[in-house]
Design a protein around this ligand. Structure first.
Ligand SMILES: [Zn+2]
Length: 438
């Protein structure tokens, strides 16, 4: 195995008790800070009759009210443009972003200089060292920058650390492939969907990424790096290790996969993480699926406390083979609690279906899941397309039959499968939207 590298070895390997003590101290400090600087938090805590001094043990954090994305939207609608949850004046801001708006009106995000150059930097150093990167690496960023946060922070932090950056914005996928090879990139980043597309583009051009210098692929923006079949497909296309990168515009960058590749670590020195039953909001037992709730322990501009991420995860607090004690999310983000759907009495995660689709070499990596209205009597429909024109109709229908059998066995529901033409299903550069509810 490659050598494990740490950014802050002492903190990353702290015993659980000491880590909890550090988190409690930092949580209390952040809570006092937002109470003092943000009218939204002051009102929220006054209404709940809770003060930062009431938090004496880590369990007391459960009494602190949640923060919801909807509140951030409302706050910005009522107090435009920044809302009343910001803790610094806008003049201090050096970077602004907005959320993708996949689930509603985008939320504006502001970072002051310390958040951008110290806290973001720290977060991404955990990622960089976790991935086993060093300053002689060359990062290719196949992304055109806009208001969305993706890769801005990663690039800036790595640049600050001394990694060479090759900008890959405003280029076709073909040109990006050529530039990865021409500039000897060792690391490529992207969403799992786009990374697959880029890797397939290289293949169709007759160019071999596995023979290139690329050794690390960082995947973010959607579950995928931890969907086994997707990870395997990316690793095969690039001949490289694919590591998960998790963050969100509002809460910043909290999860990275280490070289052991057994779950995604949460930077627990900078975030306090809880895994709660989405209905009762009580903590779930170890290894059980629950909703991720996060608190910023360090940021200054807009710390979020007990922020409901609406992501479903499974905690693993066993010490990792890399030596880190930071908890791991087994299987990364399993899905959005908004995306999980019930069908025929079964809880179904789109990522579980994706895993089955991407195990079939005859299918391309694109798909759609059409969920009929409850009580319509219709079956769930999966749209797939052939991986290329080379797949014959017989091969495709054989693959579909096998797929339906596996689906019935694994998901316990029988789907209808519709075969689209090669390249017919929509492609996504940012967050993919493949779940359609009728
Ligand atoms: Zn690890």
């Amino acid at each position: 195995m490659e050598e494990v590298r740490y950014w802050q070895e002492e903190i990353e390997t702290l015993a659980r008790q000491e880590l909890k003590a550090l988190q409690l101290k930092r949580f209390r400090k952040r809570m006092a800070y937002v109470y003092k600087h943000s009218p939204m938090y002051k009102k929220k805590y006054d209404d709940a009759g809770i003060r930062p001094d009431d938090i004496r043990t880590i369990e007391d954090i459960r009494n602190v009210p949640f923060t919801m994305k909807e509140e951030l939207r409302e706050s910005q609608a009522e107090h435009p443009p920044w809302g009343d949850f910001m803790c610094v004046p806008p003049e201090e801001g050096v970077r602004v972003f907005q959320t993708t708006g996949t689930t509603g009106i985008p939320v504006k995000v502001l970072l002051n200089k310390k958040d951008w150059t110290v806290h973001f930097y720290d977060q991404f150093m955990h990622f960089m060292y976790g991935y086993g990167m060093n300053t002689s690496d060359i990062l290719f960023v196949p992304f055109g920058y806009g208001l969305y946060i993706a890769w801005w922070g990663f690039q800036a932090a790595l640049e600050q650390a001394g990694v060479m950056i090759v900008p890959g914005g405003a280029q076709s996928s073909q040109d990006r492939v050529k530039n990865i090879l021409e500039w000897d990139a060792t690391v490529v980043c992207g969403t799992p969907t786009y990374l697959l597309h880029l890797g397939e583009t290289a293949r169709s051009m007759g160019l071999s990424l596995p023979d290139s210098k690329v050794k690390i692929v960082a995947a973010a923006g959607e579950p995928g790096a931890n969907v086994p079949a997707t990870k395997a497909a990316i690793e095969e296309l690039y001949g490289a290790k694919c590591y998960d990168d998790i963050g969100s515009s509002e809460i910043s960058n909290f999860g990275f996969e280490c070289i052991v590749q057994k779950g995604t670590h949460v930077i627990e020195s900078m975030f306090y993480a809880e895994c709660l039953d989405p209905d009762t909001l009580d903590p779930v037992g170890p290894g059980e699926v629950g909703e991720l709730v996060l608190s910023n322990l360090c940021t200054e501009s807009m710390p979020l406390l007990r922020y409901r991420m609406k992501d479903l995860v499974r905690f693993n607090r066993d010490k990792c083979d890399c030596g880190r004690t930071f908890l791991r999310l087994d299987g990364g983000i399993l899905g959005r609690s908004d995306d999980m759907f019930q069908f025929a009495g079964v809880n179904i995660f789109p990522s579980g279906i994706e895993n089955l689709i991407r195990q079939k070499a005859e299918f391309s990596s694109e798909y759609q899941i059409v969920v009929p209205r409850l009580g319509s009597g219709k079956r769930m429909k999966i749209r797939v397309e052939p991986a290329s024109d080379q797949i014959s109709e017989t091969e495709m229908s054989q693959a579909v039959q096998e797929f339906i059998e596996t689906f019935k066995y694994r998901i316990t529901v029988t789907p209808d499968v519709e075969i689209a033409k090669v390249g017919e299903l929509p492609r996504f550069e940012l967050k993919a939207k493949r779940l359609i509810r009728e």
